[in-house]
Design a protein around this ligand. Structure first.
Ligand code: ATP
Ligand code: MG
Length: 420
């Protein structure tokens, strides 16, 4: 009897080659763009003390109350798999003694864990590309961080993305707004979903981003934080908008954006797509000036965002990250050695190449198809003698004969390898 095949845990997926290639494309766009803004990579622990998230995200949130993979280890310590990267970054910033080292600009790429209900674009282990900037308090910095997020996604060439911004105010103006919102919600509490009825008591602003259409319909005339900002927050928000205009970053104001957690203030933003159903937020972030003190450090302003790698990968075409630039087809025993040398030469020039292994043309062209090669270099005896090859562009079907010394130049101009 065959042994039973084990399955991965529900909501936890394997990254197989085709998908990892897409993720790597996203990662290299992030590295490229972030480095132009002088952000440096950090590699932080996946296991953290559970208390870190209880203190930062808070016990009242879904993440901490029911989604964390938390356990007691063999030494009786309460540890958990990190559900997000901001709290760990603040911990590391403080533990590393960097509070007097000037502005810190960090990014990280790695897995996060939340025991949510698995759906398309919603996993229990997923990856985030996150950014945190410590010691940056002005709207200029906010505009630059938002522009960086925008440039990162533009670099990937994904269409139909929209940047949405909001201001969450601060401890001076939010309480007044909260009252106005409460009055509005209480008048309609019989029309809200069950979860929102609870939210009205605990955290009324969370009602604003309820995904139920019936709740959204009730919110049409709800008061908006942007109309209740104190002078300082108003100036900050205008400064952000001026910055975004100056940098030519298109945006829309969305008064429904809230970050569920108390430590968020002022700028909050999301980049959304309509291509992923209700999992349409691919990147989200905001300013969190209160968190560093919450975790025991000196007053430090900070802003950050995180993008979901799997969701971004889903927006890329598989062919965007085609692995094979060139497949080499050798027609006849006599040309095998020569064709292998041509393959080696192309690899030396940095192209990714598979040699189809000789044999019948039919079999080799099957290999070409399966590999999804962008170009085929076909070498027969006549080509070898004339130091020429036949080059076929699989995207257009065009075929041309050209001399070997022109090959790399022609490939280089049109190959995907150039753009990745
Ligand atoms: P959502 O509203 O989709 O639940 P969120 O507000 O919980 O997102 P953040 O905690 O701000 O998201 O995380 C930033 C990004 O990480 C999200 O915009 C999304 O792209 C991604 N992300 C969050 N949770 C998941 C998940 N369970 N599976 C896959 N990606 C996720
Ligand atoms: Mg969530």
């Amino acid at each position: 009897m065959a042994a039973k095949k084990l399955q991965s845990i529900r909501g936890i997926h394997d990254g197989l080659p085709a998908e990892v290639r897409l993720w790597q494309k996203v990662e290299s766009a992030a590295r490229k763009v972030f480095s132009t803004y002088a952000f440096s990579e950090v590699r932080l622990p996946i296991l953290e003390p559970t208390e870190l998230f209880v203190r930062s995200i808070g016990e009242a949130t879904d993440i901490v109350s029911k989604e964390m993979y938390a356990f007691t280890d063999q030494g009786n310590d309460n540890i958990c798999l990190r559900p997000e990267g901001t709290a760990g970054s603040v911990r590391a910033y403080l533990q590393g003694g960097l509070t007097r080292s000037g502005t810190q600009r960090w990014f990280y790429i790695g897995p996060m864990f939340r025991r949510e209900r698995p759906q398309k674009g919603r996993l229990r282990q997923f990856q985030q590309i996150g950014v945190e900037m410590f010691g940056a308090n002005g709207p200029l910095e906010d505009a630059e961080v938002l522009a960086m997020a925008h440039n990162f996604l533009s670099e990937l060439g994904i269409s139909g993305l929209q940047l949405e911004v909001n201001s969450l105010g601060c401890s001076a103006c939010r309480p007044g707004y909260r009252e106005a919102l409460l009055t509005y919600l209480n008048e309609r509490s019989d029309k809200l979903c069950e979860t929102c009825v609870e939210r009205v008591d605990k955290n009324p602003m969370r009602v604003l981003d309820c995904k139920e259409t019936s709740c959204q319909a009730e919110l049409n005339d709800a008061p908006e934080m942007v109309n209740h900002l104190c002078e300082g927050c108003e100036t900050h928000f205008s400064g952000l908008k001026v910055g975004l205009h100056a940098l030519n970053v298109p945006y829309k104001i969305n008064a429904r954006i809230v970050r569920g957690l108390d430590y968020y203030n002022r700028t909050a933003f999301e980049i959304v797509t309509d291509q992923l159903g209700s999992q349409g937020t691919v990147l989200a972030g905001g300013r969190y000036d209160g968190l560093v003190t919450e975790l025991g450090g000196p007053a430090t302003s900070a802003i950050g965002f995180a993008a979901g790698l799997e969701r971004l990968g889903m927006l890329l075409n598989e062919t965007d990250a085609a692995l094979v630039d060139v497949a080499v087809v050798a027609l006849g025993e006599e040309v095998i050695s020569y064709s292998m040398q041509q393959a080696a030469q192309l690899r030396g020039e940095g192209f990714s190449v598979v040699h189809c292994g000789g044999g019948s043309a039919k079999r080799q062209f099957k290999v070409v198809d399966r590999e999804g090669a962008r170009f085929v270099v076909i070498i027969g005896e006549e080509e070898m003698q004339q130091a020429r090859v036949t080059l076929k562009d699989m995207a257009t079907g065009d075929q041309q004969q050209l001399s070997v010394d022109k090959l790399t130049a022609v490939l280089g101009k049109s190959s995907k390898a150039e753009t990745i």
